[in-house]
Design a protein around this ligand. Structure first.
Ligand code: MN
Length: 134
């Protein structure tokens, strides 16, 4: 991530309170935030902006977050953008489902506002290291 500009995060989340909370935490951590409330809105935004990371709710009206992630990872224009799932499902099988859909990591909901930015930074560092090994 270049240091001469603030990183851009796209939050895909249909629940207004969750969106506001994640947005506030990310802005405090130095991010500029774009928001989408559905997969359709997210695809629209992605025609306009190229985020450094996408925070992806799984349960969305219409196309869900896993299907959207698969779609983004299959498209060369968006495949390299790290996708971090925001998942209420803490079960091991659900984590596997999230990762096999192409998410680069996940953060459990309800989010911990004190540790969220650090958790995200750790996931993004892992993504960058994986990218360098290729
Ligand atoms: Mn939701």
């Amino acid at each position: 991530m270049p240091t001469d500009r603030r990183p851009l995060a796209l939050i895909v989340e249909d629940h207004p309170a969750n969106l506001m909370l994640v947005q506030a935490v990310l802005e405090r951590a130095g991010y500029v935030v774009a928001a989408a409330r559905s997969a359709e809105e997210a695809l629209d935004r992605l025609h306009q902006v190229k985020p450094d990371v996408i925070l992806m709710d799984i349960q969305l009206p219409g196309q869900d977050g896993l299907a959207l992630t698969r779609q983004l990872k299959a498209d060369p224009a968006t495949a390299a953008i790290p996708v971090v799932a925001l998942t209420a499902h803490a079960m091991k099988g659900d984590r596997q489902r999230v990762l096999s859909a192409g998410c680069d990591g996940y953060i459990a909901k309800p989010i911990n506002t004190r540790t969220f930015a650090t958790e995200l930074a750790t996931i993004l560092r892992t993504c960058r290291n994986a990218g360098q090994e290729e």
